[in-house]
Design a protein around this ligand. Structure first.
Ligand code: GLU
Length: 445
């Protein structure tokens, strides 16, 4: 184990040993093959946005994905058909009901959401089925890309569910009888059983969750599996519906988009932070892994992972607000040239989004004395600017210019440039010193 990152592994191991002895819960037995699982099996895995991988216990033990497949097949449907079309057939409201309830809208027969069985069966039915690209082939490809390796089907679990899955078939018939579906849920239910029988490990599930958290790009393989808006849509539905009738309590206490499965898999995603997975087949009455719930809940609490808990957000975006005369002399010795107007300087660092850009704009307004003279925006230590922040900063600089102030940007990597724009309307320089010197020259010229 590497000594430094061993601290992360230790946190997982500590959780593992804390809950390994907890024998509460029951094995699922309505799919007979699932009752054969080892009740002592318990694995945890975490994958960071850089693809760093941490695990404890039985993270490499295979089991069937079951309902943890639902968000990923929903992602596939959203990718192929778009949110508006998918939402015509599957709603996105928490049902407050068990996974296998008849959660259908009274007037339309539309399932409540894609995380309960009724909605998942319709979602599977929405995946196009053509001779060249059969429905299940598309689903298996998609799940495999999320996991970052080729997955396969546990044929025994499939046969077991196919032999006993009459409740899901009944749901499919009921859906067909209530709604003008463009597809046949009765035919799709067999594909749904196959999708639930895809074999994974906790490490696979962590990679799948991490891909959603990473905006649709698998952090292990670099493969863009779905577009960023789709990943965000799926995480939103996981947050509100992923834990069935326990979704509200889970969001309240644990605060992470999650999905449970009846074989004992449980995933949770920290957007832009990590993917987390647990496997332990002993279930609580709601069908969620007991050890998985305990371990992920405690990890969230201990590491401050709750989505609504962001005390330190972008705290150090603006690193400097001053005038050039107060700075140490740069290589071009622009200091102390009498008679030249003062140049205000604001510097930023890190990744700039809406929140960060607002801070930078505020700093630009504050920089300098008397709110006159030239303004330099130093982006040398900025690592990324999203489209919203770019538009805001360009707009802010344009307003300063319209106010009669000379402006210049230190932007060696051209981050403030619009994609495809050559040298734009913004005066851009490789360093702060050059930007300050240019402002002085213009002011005195
Ligand atoms: N294949 C299972 C079913 O449809 C999945 C349920 C679950 O994992 O919650 O009954």
């Amino acid at each position: 184990m590497s000594p430094a990152t061993g601290a992360v592994t230790d946190a997982l191991r500590e959780l593992h040993s804390r809950y390994a002895g907890d024998g509460q819960g029951e094995l699922a037995d309505y799919i007979p093959q699932l009752a054969l699982a080892d009740p002592g099996a318990f694995g945890l895995a975490l994958i960071s946005m850089d693809g760093h991988l941490y695990s404890a216990g039985d993270a490499g033990v295979p089991f069937t994905v079951q309902s943890v497949s639902k968000p990923f097949v929903y992602a596939l449907a959203l990718s192929l058909l778009g949110l508006d079309e998918v939402s015509r057939w599957v709603n996105a409201e928490p049902s407050g009901e068990a996974f296998n309830a008849i959660s259908l809208e009274r007037s339309t027969g539309r399932p409540a959401n894609a995380m309960v069985n009724a909605g998942a069966i319709v979602t599977t039915a929405l995946i196009p089925d053509t001779p060249v690209a059969p429905r299940f082939g598309r689903i298996l490809d998609c799940l495999s890309r999320f996991a970052g390796r080729r997955l396969d089907v546990d044929e025994e679990v499939y046969a077991s569910e196919a032999a006993t899955g009459d409740r899901n078939r009944a749901l499919a018939y009921l859906i067909r009888s209530t709604g003008p579906l463009p597809v046949d849920p009765v035919a799709a239910v067999e594909t749904y059983f196959r999708q639930c029988s895809v074999r994974v490990t906790a490490l696979d599930l962590a990679a799948m969750a991490a891909t959603l958290a990473h905006g649709g790009v698998n952090p292990l393989t670099g493969d863009r599996v779905v577009a960023e808006p789709v990943a965000a849509q799926v995480l939103a539905v996981m947050a509100t519906c992923g834990m069935y009738d326990g979704s509200g309590d889970w969001l309240l206490r644990v605060g992470l988009p999650a999905k449970s499965g009846v074989s004992g898999g449980l995933i949770a995603a920290g957007p832009a932070r990590f993917g987390l997975a647990a496997y332990s087949p002993l279930l609580d009455p709601g069908g969620t892994s007991v050890r998985g719930r305990l371990a992920i809940g405690r990890l969230s609490e201990r590491l401050g992972l709750h989505l609504m808990h962001n005390p330190a957000l972008a705290a150090s975006t603006v690193t400097l607000v001053t005038t050039a005369d107060d700075l140490p002399a740069g290589p071009q010795a622009e200091r102390g040239q009498p008679g030249r107007g003062r140049v205000a300087v604001a510097a930023a660092q890190g990744a700039l989004d809406f929140t960060a850009a607002e801070r930078v704009l505020y700093a630009l307004d504050e920089a300098g004395t008397g709110r006159t003279g030239a303004v330099v925006l130093d982006l040398v230590r900025v690592t990324d600017i999203d489209t919203v922040a770019r538009a805001m900063l360009r707009g802010g600089l344009a307003r300063l210019a319209a106010d009669g102030r000379h402006t210049a940007v230190a932007d060696p990597d051209g981050r403030l440039r619009e994609p495809g724009e050559e040298a734009g309307s913004i005066r851009s320089f490789a360093s702060r010193e050059e930007a300050v010197a240019a402002c002085r020259a213009t002011a005195s010229g």
